[in-house]
Design a protein around this ligand. Structure first.
Ligand SMILES: Nc1ncnc2c1ncn2[C@@H]1O[C@H](COP(=O)(O)OP(=O)(O)OP(=O)(O)O)[C@@H](O)[C@H]1O
Length: 637
């Protein structure tokens, strides 16, 4: 929470009163035992079990001790025990909450299941159960209350961590090779801190009440020690003789409990509930990988995927949104992957970068990144490989950065992790890379947080992050979708410049064939999880697959007749779970016939070298393309 948010919470009248009360209680907890500790222990045989008198405003107990002083002195013990129990609850809750993100899929599920089971039991019941196990007394009660509250806190942590771990900046940190522990401490926990702080405050109020309850039942603090719950129990025996003896500790418990709870609620109101994009289910952590195939380094290729399949469990079996993609990207090449939404473009790239969702099952006859086979390697080696050789640029520049870290520090993290570079040197390189991607005033910008950057500048900074080491492959997944047209062009230009300066290969994913044509040399067209055509961008006019031709026909240009509706592709892409036999495009294709009931394989087609299409009826008639509208890389060359 920022200083402004704390201020806003305290400006709220309820928050201000609650905070004032807590300050008062804290002062009492410090000074009361020092000032009145001895007096509260003094017995007075002449004033046993008295009601209110001038000397003892709230009366005396059975041994003649002053009840008011005892209530005041008990503040320290009562608050101390409640805070200790809250601390146990928070520590155990955070540990249990982040474990599923650290452990493997099975162990993670076991922890999540156990936490869910424990949450199903009422907290008080759990507290009583633990109190019996740990034994009567203050120590047992602290452990009991702390552990009883831990499952619900753990669930809160799990939910928040799962929500945040689906965001792009976590994927970026993973692809940068940040280890699990650092990922949790630097990227996950700081971004779920606010709801946890709010909840811990409310929890402290609950712990105070629970303590009073246990002590009242005789399971908590034991004589001669005393807390408010114990005083309440003693006072209740004589409530008809001296009601104040029971009311005073009762009021103290309620007031302190309310102060904690109301402060928590006020903070919650100010902080609000952060809407965090969820991209994956919380359970499980590791993606299943096919057995390692022997590496057969192809010197000129930085990405080789052969028969790549990505499956997800579905009712009645598995669905494969990526179904046998074969793709090779050579050093220094810029390849565009295009296709409608849901065609499997992102999943293909994520699977290649070992970032497929946790529940995905990834198989491939061959998968090589930067000349190495990542599957079957120790995790540290994969992190090293991806962190130094692969850079990812994601669609939404807002979610690509950790909002709680300065931009410079995030960039520097890459070389600090991989090259063990010192803080200063890494920051200097971060500033240099920001300058490379033409971020103005890079020294100042490096000290800023992501929200202080504009969208286009954030995307440049993301590219700079990829350049912190010397990547051989840059995967840019719809990097310009969230940007306006002018900034879009600048970012695409930058990608192209970076490619020619560093010699890295670029894979640009887009649903817009015009965007791909601006930057790439080769285009790979995907439909329903398969590659249907690939060809040089400069030869788009020779596209052979009816789907590629339909995509090209739907690009408007300056000569497009505005009176007539734009060409569209009739129908919708099939659901991966319900893909038709044979050619998946056949139901939308004007040339389909019985032959298309058999799945066509990707084979050489047309007259253009390097052109391949998966079609039984490849078109040969050249397309009349307005290449100036497409602004092709090949056309400019
Ligand atoms: N975690 C998941 N669980 C189940 N199915 C998924 C999951 N992630 C993706 N899919 C399926 O994979 C399909 C392809 O997703 P992908 O994100 O690769 O598409 P895309 O071509 O990149 O589309 P877009 O341009 O909309 O991002 C989706 O339509 C969806 O059905």
């Amino acid at each position: 929470m920022g200083r402004d948010q704390w201020k806003a919470a305290l400006h709220n009248p309820v928050g201000a009163v609650a905070a004032g009360l807590l300050v008062l209680l804290a002062i009492l907890a410090i000074v009361a035992p020092l000032l009145w500790g001895d007096a509260a222990e003094e017995t007075d045989p002449a004033a046993l079990s008295q009601g209110s008198t001038a000397e003892h405003p709230l009366g005396t107990d059975a041994l003649g001790r002053d009840i008011m002083l005892r209530v005041l002195v008990a503040t320290r013990y009562s608050l101390g025990l409640a805070l200790l129990a809250t601390a146990i609850c928070v520590v155990v809750g955070v540990l249990l909450g982040v474990l599923p993100a650290v452990l493997g899929r099975r162990a993670g599920r076991l922890v999540t299941g156990t936490v869910n089971l424990a949450v199903a039991f009422p907290g008080l019941l759990l507290a009583l159960f633990f109190a019996v196990i740990f034994g009567v007394g203050a120590r047992g009660a602290v452990l009991a209350i702390g552990l009883a509250g831990a499952p619900s806190f753990a669930r809160l942590v799990q939910t928040n961590v799962a929500a945040v771990s689906g965001r792009d900046f976590v994927a970026a940190a993973r692809v940068a090779g940040v280890g699990r522990f650092r990922l949790i401490v630097r990227h996950l926990l700081p971004n779920v801190g606010e709801p946890l702080v709010v909840n811990a405050t409310v929890l402290a109020g609950g712990a105070l009440l629970a303590f009073a309850g246990l002590s009242f039942l005789g399971l908590g603090v034991q004589p001669p020690a005393y807390d408010w719950g114990r005083l309440l129990g003693e006072g209740l025996d004589r409530i008809y003789i001296n009601p104040a003896a029971a009311l005073a500790p009762g009021v103290a418990v309620v007031v302190a409990g309310l102060a904690f709870t109301l402060l928590g609620e006020s903070i919650a109101q100010v902080v609000g509930v952060r809407a965090v994009r969820r991209r994956r289910p919380p359970e499980g952590t590791a993606s299943a990988a096919a057995p390692a195939a022997p590496a057969q380094g192809d010197g000129s290729a930085v990405l080789v995927a052969d028969d790549l399949r990505v499956g997800f469990p579905a009712p009645g079996g598995w669905t494969h949104p990526v179904d046998g993609v074969s793709l090779t990207v050579r050093r220094g090449e810029t390849v565009g992957i295009v296709g409608e939404s849901g065609s499997g473009k992102s999943l293909t790239a994520l699977a290649a970068a070992q970032l497929a969702p946790d529940d995905a099952h990834v198989t491939a006859a061959r998968l090589e990144v930067a000349g190495a086979e990542p599957r079957g390697r120790p995790e540290a080696e994969v992190r090293e490989l991806l962190g130094t050789k692969v850079a990812m640029v994601f669609q939404d520049p807002m979610t690509s950065f950790n909002p709680s870290m300065r931009v410079g520090a995030q960039l520097a993290e890459v070389t600090r992790v991989h090259e063990g570079q010192g803080r200063r040197a890494a920051l200097a390189r971060a500033v240099d890379r920001l300058r490379t991607v033409r971020v103005p005033a890079p020294e100042r910008r490096a000290r800023q947080y992501p929200h202080e950057f504009s969208g286009g500048m954030r995307q440049r900074a993301m590219i700079a992050m990829g350049l912190m080491s010397t990547p051989e492959l840059i995967i840019a997944d719809e990097p310009t979708t969230a940007l306006d047209v002018t900034v879009q062009r600048q970012v695409l230009r930058l990608l192209k410049d970076v490619q020619s300066d560093t010699g890295a290969a670029v894979v640009l994913i887009s649903h817009d064939i015009a965007v791909v044509a601006q930057v790439c040399e080769r285009v790979v067209v995907m439909y329903a999880g398969r590659v249907v055509e690939e060809l040089p961008v400069g030869q788009l006019g020779a596209a052979a697959h009816p789907y590629t031709r339909a995509l090209l026909a739907s690009v408007p240009d300056l000569a497009t007749n505005r009176e007539r509706p734009l060409a569209t592709i009739p129908g919708r892409p099939p659901d991966p779970a319900d893909r038709p036999e044979g050619c998946a495009f056949a139901p939308r294709c004007g040339f389909a016939d019985d032959a298309c009931r058999v799945r066509p394989s990707l084979a050489a087609a047309g007259s253009v070298p390097g052109q391949r299409a998966a079609c039984w009826h490849p078109r040969t008639q050249p397309l009349d393309l307005a290449l100036d509208a497409l602004d092709t890389a090949g056309g400019r060359a």
